[in-house]
Design a protein around this ligand. Structure first.
Ligand code: DAH
Length: 358
């Protein structure tokens, strides 16, 4: 076969290849180890120098032409393959993206975090206690003896299989954490104790489980003035109303003497705690008082040496007041729609020292 013929046939085969595999077969048949052009090039070795001088450039020209044709065809086939793939896998860039579902922070968790932050700035640590509590910590040590009517006020859930020496209850308030803290650490003490509490009660404003936060300060020379300043500072920071008006009312709790209930001045038009002149309603926000000497004594401390104040309030109620939520039961329904609407993103906790942070 003449060189021209071989070249024409090989170029025709390259042109006819419609896939990268077919083209590769053409390449192997021409330029592979056993290929027709390879065989032709090998004949150069057996030629005389004169013959080689004539045939060498022609053979090499053939090889270069075929190599270039193979490369051009490969590029064309690759591009065609890519275009076919792009056409088949076309994406509509205007379609909305399905975002992964984002969680949110429950209003109760948000308020607990806010409270912990506010009290941390005032030097309070966070303390914890068991939700299944014994009768002594929940009642007796808090100066609520067996026959005391205050026990009936608490609608207690008793645990049927309690050990004989310690009647167990679901704690009815966070006040037993006061006892556990005074028994476990030496004064001075400054703690808050947020957590779940339980009472057998259920309607629009009561759920069998709800949240409280307890506060306790034990030190030397503590007076009602310290209590008042601390509560005012906390309520101002929490409701973010600088001139908030508080009303301190005498009250009764077995574990404090004297006992004080605190009302916050409220404006029914804005639905928010308000400053002087705007108040047309009072809302009770917490119970407090000077820790009863009998409670201090029950924890093994000398009430002549150590005094203190305590306070307790409902976290759910604080959340309702601050964020304008109306039905307490919705807090615990686990309704995703309600949570989406009323939940918080994971950033942006307010703090009374926020201004000082860079
Ligand atoms: N434990 C009380 C309750 O659940 C709230 C309370 C009132 C706590 C006065 C206190 C306090 O520490 O001093 O109703």
């Amino acid at each position: 076969m003449s060189i021209d013929q071989l070249q024409a046939e090989t170029l025709a085969a390259i042109a006819a290849a419609t896939s990268p595999e077919a083209l590769e077969a053409v390449r192997v048949a021409a330029m592979g180890k056993q290929g027709s052009i390879t065989a032709l090039l090998k004949t150069l070795g057996g030629m005389s120098p004169d013959e080689r001088a004539v045939n060498g450039p022609a053979f090499n020209g053939l090889r270069e032409t075929v190599t270039a044709a193979l490369a051009a065809k490969k590029a064309a086939l690759d591009e065609a393959a890519l275009n076919a793939k792009l056409a088949a896998e076309q994406q509509d860039m205007t379609l909305p993206v399905a975002l992964p579902a984002a969680g949110s922070i429950h209003p109760v968790s948000q308020v607990m975090d806010e409270l912990a932050e506010i009290f941390a700035d005032l030097g309070f640590a966070v303390a914890d206690g068991p939700e299944i509590e014994d009768d002594w910590h929940n009642f007796s040590a808090l100066n609520i003896p067996e026959s005391h009517p205050a026990r009936a006020m608490h609608d207690t859930f008793y645990i049927a299989q309690s050990p004989p020496d310690a009647k167990l209850v679901l704690r009815t308030h966070t006040s037993p954490v006061q006892i556990r803290t005074m028994m476990a650490q030496k004064p001075p003490i400054r703690i808050i104790a947020p957590g779940r509490v339980y009472r057998s009660d259920s309607d629009a404003t009561h759920t069998p489980m709800f949240h409280q936060i307890e506060g306790l300060v034990i030190d030397k020379g503590i007076t009602l003035a310290h209590l008042r300043w601390t509560l005012e500072t906390f309520i101002k920071a929490f409701f973010e109303v600088d001139d908030v008006v508080l009303r301190f009312r005498p009250s009764y709790f077995p574990f404090t003497e004297p006992s004080v209930e605190v009302d916050v001045g409220y404006n029914s038009k804005t639905g928010k705690p308000a400053g002087a002149g705007q108040v047309d309603k009072w809302l009770e926000v917490l119970g407090s008082g000077m820790v009863h000497p009998r409670v201090i004594e029950a924890c093994g401390l000398d009430p002549n040496e150590w005094q203190g104040f305590a306070f307790g309030t409902g976290v759910d109620r604080l959340a309702m007041l601050k964020y304008g939520l109306t039905d307490l039961r919705a807090f615990f329904d686990g309704d995703i729609k309600w949570l989406k609407h009323n939940g918080f993103s994971a950033f942006d906790l307010p703090s009374i020292s926020a201004g000082a942070n860079p």
